[in-house]
Design a binder for this molecule. Structure first.
Ligand SMILES: *Cc1c(COP(=O)(O)O)cnc(C)c1O
Length: 373
């Protein structure tokens, strides 16, 4: 199977491919053996990410999925005499519906999904109730920022602090799944470290909008990261000449301010969809690089299938919407093509057939990548 055209592939911001500069960095990377702790490029990446997030230390992991799993194990341990550790997660999060089985199987946790507010923050009363029960077993309270099922809404420091303060009252560990924390920081105009400060650990991804080929980083105190490092080896996640993977990630970190261009492109996409009759958008308060849309009368799978017929790839979600995730391969030409495709699909649905939504197709201007955050 050949890969889809990146410029019309909106399924995920993981769909970026390493460019010439990243490949050159991989070729030139100085490597050692990270299992023996002497790969200088990995050490540099870990130091840079720890600095970015304001933590004492960071650990490179093959994926953010592994970073989240290690966070649970390092913070709460495995099931002990008192029972399984508790993992409190928003019900509409990556950790809940994509990693939940793995967390139960490999970390032995009792997964406790809680409702989320419209902005994506776990409902504080629900978290309070869950933490008050459970007989004092270790607990990890998770927060996802940006909130993927809330159309990539960015949660601010106030929201993060509210959850962390509550969790800490129960001596729970606060883990921030910040796969897209860089997007949140850029959208809010704050430093990533400010958003990370209330949490005890953070999982950060370099392979989403930042565009590195692979990689997560688990960040926290020296002691926490040392525990996670030992557990990573047990899980089979320690990699020898990992400097070749750290090198493009270092390039990715330099591009953090460029996420603003993705957000502008996503805003143009949302504005385009507004002109299409029959399209309903999820409207996050603090949008980033996601647009979620649905068409009355079509399931997300049907909608995605019909868009694919027009060459546009999107991700159908269990919340009834399809997701357009914008990344650096997208520009206004792709935006116009996506709007045209959604308008064509909408025109085939009876409820949307009476009017047309053409005007944006002419109206769009080009976006350029800016250097400002
Ligand atoms: C992508 C993602 C992950 C998992 O990252 P991988 O590196 O693909 O394992 C975890 N959490 C969130 C919120 C994500 O978007």
């Amino acid at each position: 199977m050949t890969p889809a055209d990146p410029w019309l592939d909106f399924r995920s911001d993981t769909r970026t491919v390493p460019d010439a500069r990243m490949r050159a960095a991989m070729t030139a990377a100085e490597v050692g053996d990270d299992v023996y702790g002497d790969d200088p490029t990995v050490a540099l990446l870990e130091a840079r990410v720890a600095e970015l997030l304001g933590t004492e230390a960071a650990l490179l992991t093959p994926t953010s999925t592994m970073a989240n799993l290690l966070a649970s194990l390092a913070a709460a341990g495995s099931p002990g005499p008192r029972g399984a550790p508790r993992l409190v997660v928003g019900e509409d999060t990556h950790m809940s519906f994509l990693e939940g089985d793995g967390l139960r199987t490999f970390a032995g946790v009792e997964l406790l999904p809680v409702a989320q507010r419209p902005d994506g923050l776990p409902d504080l009363d629900a978290v309070d109730e869950v933490l008050a029960g459970g007989g004092g077993r270790p607990a990890v309270v998770c927060l996802e920022n940006t909130s993927m099922m809330r159309s990539g809404n960015a949660l601010d420091v106030t929201a993060t602090l509210a959850l962390a303060d509550l969790a800490h009252r129960y001596d729970a560990h606060v883990h921030l799944d910040g796969a897209r924390l860089a997007n949140a920081a850029v959208a809010l105009g704050v430093r990533p470290a400010e958003l990370a400060a209330p949490a005890d650990s953070v999982a950060f991804s370099v392979s989403k909008g930042l565009g590195a080929p692979v990689g997560g980083l688990l960040c926290g105190t020296h002691a926490f990261v040392a525990r996670a490092r030992a557990l990573r080896t047990e899980l089979g996640g320690s990699m020898h000449q990992a400097g070749v993977l750290a090198a493009p990630a270092l390039v990715a970190l330099e591009r953090l301010p460029e996420l603003a261009a993705d957000h502008a492109t996503a805003a143009a996409l949302a504005a385009g969809f507004e002109t299409v009759p029959g399209v309903e958008l999820m409207r996050p308060q603090r949008p980033t690089n996601m647009v979620m849309a649905r068409l009355a009368g079509l399931t997300p799978e049907e909608c995605a299938g019909r868009l694919a017929g027009h060459g546009v790839r999107v991700l159908p979600l269990p919340n009834g919407f399809v997701r357009f995730a914008v990344h650096r391969a997208h520009d206004m030409i792709g935006v116009r093509a996506a709007v045209r495709a959604l308008a064509a699909v909408a025109a085939t649905v009876p409820v949307a057939r009476t009017t047309t939504g053409g005007d944006l197709l002419e109206r769009g201007s080009s976006t350029t990548r800016t250097e400002e955050a």
